[in-house]
Design a protein around this ligand. Structure first.
Ligand code: PLP
Length: 391
C-alpha cells in the first residue's frame, strides 16, 4: 500500500470545508476597511442565525478555551459561588478556570463516561441559593457523553444564576434552543462542527448574563465582552482579528446555512448512530453508552489492547488521524468523530480500517461486519424502503 491520503478525522480539529480553505487565501487585506467589515458582520449575523438565538453573538480570537475564560472573567467577581458540572477533561477545565480566578466552586462530579444529571444541578442550586453561575459541557468531547442542558436550563432559569454552556462540540451536533432553554452563554469554536482551522471562538450572551456583567469585578483586558459588543456593531473587533479565519468562517457558514443547522445536527446524529451499530456488530463496547453524544463516539479498546496501538495503526496503515483518549483515558479508548464536515464515505472507510486493524492485531472480528452495519444504517435512511409482499 503506497499511497495513503492523510485524513484528519479527530473531534477537533475536524476536516476542513475546501471552499473555506480557499477563501483563506484572500487574507492580504486590512481589517479596518469596509471590505473586511462586511466579512465580520456577515460572520456575526450568520452565527446568530445558525445558533438560532436573539442573544448577542460575539467572536473572539482564541481557541475555545479563550471564550470559556472570557465567560468567567466578564461575568463574575472574586469569591462568587458557582456550580461546576464535571464528567470529563473539559468539565475539569471549567473547574480549573473558575478556581484560577478565585471563584468559590461547588463541584458536581461524575466518573468519566457518565453524565451529570439535571436533578443533581437542581439540588446543588437549592443547596446554594447564592450561586451566580452554573457551568457545563453540552457534549463532553473527552468521553463522548452528552448533557441534558435543556432540563438543566429549566432548573437554572428559576434562579439568579447564569447558565454557561460549553457547546464547543455541542453546536452542530445536538439541538440547542438557546433562548427557550435559558442557555445564557453558549460557547463554540471554529475547529469543531464549523469546518475551519482552530483560532476563533464565539459565544452568545443573554440579557441576564449582560446584567450580571454590570457588577462583575474580576480583572480582564484582552477578552472584554462589553468592549467587543460595542465594536461589533460597526463590524469591528477590539483588537486585530484573525482575518484569514474570518474569511474561512464566512464561507463555511454560507455552506452550513445552505444545509440548514438542523440537517448538520442530523448528519452528526446519523453518523453517530451508524457508528454505534458498527461497534455492536464488532463486539466493541462504548465508553459512554448511557447518554452518547452525536459529536464523537468513544470506543473502548478490546481487552488487552492499548488504544494507542489502534490510533497508531490508523496513521501508519491508512494515513488516518483519529483521537486517543485524554488523561487517564489514554490507552483505554479511541474516538470516532462525526461533527462538521464528515460524511458516510468517511465512516465506511473508518470502520473498514478499524476492522482491518483489529484483525491485524489478533482481535477476532469478521471483516465486513462493521461496514455492513454502517451500510445498513445508510440504507434505512437514504434508500427508499419498498414493502415486500410478506412484510
Ligand atoms: C475542543 C473543546 C474545547 C476547547 O478546546 P480548545 O483547545 O481551547 O479549542 C472546550 N470544550 C470542549 C467540549 C471541546 O471539545
Amino acid at each position: 500500500m503506497y499511497i495513503k491520503k492523510q485524513r484528519l478525522l479527530t473531534p477537533g480539529p475536524t476536516p476542513l470545508y475546501p471552499k473555506a480553505l480557499y477563501a483563506m487565501l484572500g487574507s492580504d487585506l486590512h481589517h479596518r476597511t469596509d471590505d473586511f467589515r462586511a466579512v465580520y458582520k456577515s460572520v456575526l449575523a450568520d452565527l446568530k442565525e445558525l445558533m438560532g438565538t436573539q442573544n448577542d453573538v460575539l467572536v473572539l480570537v482564541s481557541s475555545g478555551t479563550g471564550a470559556m475564560e472570557a465567560s468567567v472573567t466578564n461575568c463574575f467577581s472574586p469569591g462568587d459561588r458557582v456550580i461546576v458540572c464535571s464528567a470529563g477533561k473539559f468539565g475539569e477545565r471549567w473547574g480549573e478556570i473558575t478556581k484560577a480566578f478565585g471563584l468559590n466552586v461547588t463541584l458536581i462530579e461524575e466518573p468519566y463516561g457518565k453524565s451529570v444529571s439535571p436533578e443533581a444541578v437542581a439540588k446543588a442550586l437549592a443547596a446554594n441559593p447564592d450561586a451566580k453561575g452554573v457551568f457545563v459541557q453540552a457534549s463532553e468531547t473527552s468521553t463522548g457523553a452528552a448533557h441534558d442542558v435543556r432540563a438543566m436550563g429549566e432548573a437554572v432559569k428559576k434562579t439568579q444564576a447564569i447558565f454557561v454552556v460549553d457547546a464547543i462540540t455541542g453546536l452542530g451536533t445536538m439541538p440547542l434552543d438557546i433562548d427557550a432553554w435559558g442557555l445564557d452563554i453558549v460557547i463554540g469554536g471554529s475547529q469543531k462542527a464549523f469546518m475551519v482551522p482552530p483560532g476563533i471562538a464565539f459565544l452568545s450572551i443573554s440579557a441576564k448574563a449582560w446584567a450580571q456583567m454590570e457588577s462583575a469585578k474580576l480583572p480582564k483586558f484582552y477578552f472584554n465582552l462589553k468592549k467587543e459588543k460595542k465594536n461589533a456593531v460597526n463590524g469591528e473587533s477590539s483588537w486585530t482579528p484573525a482575518t484569514s479565519l474570518m474569511l474561512g468562517m464566512a464561507e463555511a457558514l454560507k455552506y452550513i446555512k445552505s444545509l440548514g443547522m438542523a440537517n448538520l445536527v442530523k448528519n452528526a446524529d446519523q453518523l453517530a448512530r451508524a457508528t454505534r451499530t458498527a461497534c455492536a456488530a464488532l463486539g466493541l463496547d462504548l465508553f459512554a453508552p448511557e447518554h452518547p453524544a452525536a459529536s464523537v463516539t468513544a470506543v473502548k479498546a478490546p481487552a488487552g489492547m492499548d488504544s494507542g496501538v489502534i490510533v497508531k495503526e490508523f496513521k501508519n496503515r491508512f494515513g488516518s488521524i483519529i483521537a486517543n483518549g485524554q488523561g487517564s483515558m489514554k490507552g483505554q479508548i479511541f474516538r470516532i468523530a462525526h461533527l462538521g464536515y464528515f460524511d458516510y464515505a468517511d465512516l465506511f472507510a473508518m470502520v473498514a480500517e478499524l476492522e482491518l486493524i483489529l484483525k491485524a492485531n489478533g482481535v477476532a472480528v469478521k471483516l465486513g461486519a462493521g461496514v455492513a452495519a454502517v451500510e445498513q444504517a445508510y440504507a434505512e435512511i437514504a434508500i427508499e424502503k419498498k414493502e415486500t409482499v410478506n412484510a
